[in-house]
Design a binder for this molecule. Structure first.
Ligand code: FES
Ligand SMILES: [Fe+2]
Length: 419
């Protein structure tokens, strides 16, 4: 239940009702502290969050921190090989236990009075305390964690929604990519001065792609929509899809053939996660500037010609994967007008930098696309901060996914407030 009084709840209800159908969100959605607090509880502390990749913590004791929604969580591989999500809060007097953002430990020792915990969060030692304390009652508090095909998700909810359907949907699509056998080629962190919803709104349409992403549109078809897919483009899409479909079917994979972006999310059916493969333009086997392969094939692939795999889950994760590398984006709100964005490039676990791949060739495609998007989001945040801002109509041809995202968001918020 929300920690809000009746007046605040009434204000929130009015705000959530204030969105006009098929329009953007009114100004308070990007400025209201009360709404932000509700979002943290409803969406960020209520849902499943992508935390990072399995290959960031391959061995027992390897960990990284994920600071989100006011909490610091230690994501650590336990001695049994399973991933634990432990709150980074000492059970003595509450100090954080881990100060380093990542590392490898035998035990977690609190820097304050040295209470010591094992890699599953059990309390092992506390010198200087009286007899009679029950250590089994004083282990680190735990969040929920699931590891799926090289992706780690956590939930801060006491009773999170069932994750099994998510796994059932994304695991079969993700498996050939071999993310669980990958390694990190590069991690980059950005502080983008934009509300997290604006970052998703931007991600959910390609209306802006023709002008803003000249490199992206050369490789992809999804910026063509029902209103502007000329017969020549439709023929190209059909030809590449037909050829690739046959090839992939022989390897147990399938392809999505539709004009425009894959419809996502699907609030009416409760779908906040999805995975699918789409074709690249003929001549492109990887999302690189010239379309050429830049690293050894990943996972089970035996041929570079596999299109791209795309996986996404709300509220904080998407991935674009080519035959040879994959690029992950993780969003974390950091106040109303800032989003911490982490990008992770993965390659096959055996690939060696300088010998098998070169970051100068691998990074530019998605780094350029991302930085172009971050600039757009910052500009939009500045604009929606103006008192003159009023939400305009959305294109039903090109912004249907943005509308789906906003419907999902309002639905989640209303459901939580109604609890
Ligand atoms: S606060 Fe951690 S040991 Fe005292
Ligand atoms: Fe974009």
């Amino acid at each position: 239940m929300l920690s809000m009084n009746a007046t605040e709840l009434a204000l929130l209800k009015n705000l959530l009702e204030s969105r006009q159908p098929n329009h953007g969100l009114p100004r308070p959605f990007y400025h209201d502290e009360l709404l932000y607090r509700a979002e943290m509880e409803a969406i960020w502390r209520g849902g499943w969050l992508f935390a990072g990749h399995s290959c960031q913590i391959p061995k027992p004791g390897d960990y990284f921190l994920y600071d989100v929604a006011g909490d610091s969580v230690i994501v650590v591989r336990g001695d049994d090989g399973r991933v634990n999500a432990l709150y980074n809060v000492c059970r003595h007097r509450g100090s954080v236990i881990c100060e380093e953002a990542q590392g490898s430990v035998k035990r977690f020792v609190c820097p304050y009075h040295q209470w010591t915990y094992d890699r599953s969060g059990n309390l092992l030692l506390h010198h200087g305390m009286q007899d009679g304390l029950d250590n089994s009652e004083l282990g680190l508090h735990r969040a929920h964690a699931r590891e799926v095909e090289g992706m780690i998700f956590i939930s801060l909810a006491e009773e999170p929604v069932d994750f099994d359907p998510v796994e059932a949907t994304i695991a079969p699509e993700a498996r050939p990519q071999g993310l669980a056998r990958a390694k990190v080629a590069k991690i980059m962190d950005f502080d983008v001065a934009s509300n997290w919803k604006l970052v998703w709104e931007n991600n959910r349409e390609c209306y802006h792609c023709n002008v803003n992403h000249p490199q992206y549109i050369k490789a992809n078809f999804d910026h063509y929509n029902a209103d502007d897919t000329i017969p020549r483009v439709a023929e190209k899409l059909k030809a590449v899809t037909t050829r690739l479909e046959t090839k992939l079917a022989a390897q147990g994979m399938s392809l999505r053939e539709e004009t425009g972006m894959t419809p996502f999310p699907d609030p009416e059916h409760g779908l906040w996660y999805a995975a699918n493969r789409t074709p690249l333009v003929e001549g492109y086997v990887s999302e690189t500037l010239d379309g050429k392969q830049v690293a050894p094939l990943m996972g089970d692939y035996t041929d570079p010609d596999v299109g791209t795999l795309r996986i996404r889950s709300l509220p904080n994760f998407w991935i674009h994967a080519s035959c040879d590398h994959s690029v992950t984006v993780r969003l974390t709100p950091h106040g109303l007008a800032h989003t911490d964005i982490r990008m992770i490039w993965l390659v096959d676990g055996k690939a060696e930098e300088g010998k098998d791949y070169d970051l100068d060739k691998m990074l530019p495609f998605w780094l350029m696309t991302a930085e172009q998007d971050w600039e757009i989001c910052v500009n939009q945040q500045r604009g929606v901060s103006s008192h003159a801002y009023t939400p305009g109509p959305l294109s039903t041809y090109k912004e249907y996914n943005l509308d789906r995202f906003l419907r999902w968001y309002i639905q989640e918020m209303k459901a939580f407030i109604g609890k």
